[in-house]
Write a protein that binds this ligand. Structure first.
Ligand code: ADP
Length: 249
């Protein structure tokens, strides 16, 4: 159990829908500064696991810990404020606003940076400073005054991630962040996710196995609600059960 510290843990996690075990006996250890992929064929239970971790769904079985605190019974908004945030959960990108305006709006949401400061002037300075920093970090400086609607699809997703980071999550959940993207955007977004994961944990559902192989430190493979393999990409991709699952048995 060496390696970077575990920030999100699931033990024996399970969810039944009318007696059907959509997720069963799932153990996860998501670590700081790592990218952890959740993969598996359609219907494997990936979305349900995300919904359980963010507390959109109440688990039937098992236990979830975030930063050492039991969140099994905690409400979704509280979990988000505690540092576990899913990309689309709060990241409404307003198409008619610029990149900078979108980031500033995100920073002013409850739980965002500005609500933590009561002195208006220093608050405004900090808000602007943080907005600039986020825009720089995510490679959006060139587009800072562009309307969100005019960004490429890939950069819109990056802006979405930027608005999510306004909540300063310790654990960021990304739901198919590369879906529908061309090669160039995939490469760009992969690089951004790598950067973002330098000081927080990322858990992502991703279908593009080349991306998973390239950027993920740990891969958990689900099939019919259960984990069939877990480890680095080389290890899980060599697993006969994973090969069978992906050939569609
Ligand atoms: P994935 O995201 O890996 O494609 P899901 O988590 O969406 O898989 O679904 C896992 C299984 O649970 C599927 O068989 C799906 O039909 C079932 N399922 C998901 N949500 C519900 C629900 N609300 N009610 C009943 N069955 C569900």
């Amino acid at each position: 159990q060496s390696g970077p510290r575990v920030v999100l843990t699931a033990r024996g996690l399970g969810k039944d829908f009318a007696g059907f075990k959509a997720v069963n006996n799932v153990d996860l250890d998501v670590r700081h500064a790592q990218i952890h992929a959740l993969i598996g064929p359609n219907g494997a239970g990936k979305t349900t696991v995300f919904n359980l971790l963010t507390k959109f769904l109440q688990p039937t079985r098992g236990r979830i810990e975030l930063l050492g605190t039991d969140i099994t019974r905690t409400k979704p908004d509280k979990v988000a404020r505690m540092g576990l945030v899913r990309s689309f959960q709060i990241s409404a990108v307003f198409p008619h606003l610029t990149v900078l305006e979108n980031v500033r709006v995100a920073l002013q949401r409850p739980g965002g940076l500005s609500t933590q400061f009561w002195r208006p002037l220093s608050s405004l300075d900090r808000l602007n400073g943080r907005a600039d920093q986020l825009i720089d970090d995510l490679g959006l400086s060139e587009y800072r005054d562009a309307r969100a609607a005019d960004l490429s699809y890939g950069r819109k997703r990056v802006l979405e991630i930027a608005t999510t980071l306004a909540l300063e999550p310790q654990v960021l959940l990304l739901d198919e962040p590369m879906a529908g993207m061309g090669q160039e955007d995939v490469r760009m977004v992969a690089g951004i996710i790598r950067d973002v994961a330098q000081d927080r944990a990322v858990l992502m559902v991703e279908h593009n196995l080349n991306v998973v192989a390239d950027i993920c430190d740990h891969v958990t493979v689900l099939q019919r609600g259960e984990i069939i393999a877990s480890g680095d990409y080389a290890r899980v991709s060599a697993d006969p059960r994973v090969r069978t699952a992906y050939m569609g048995n």
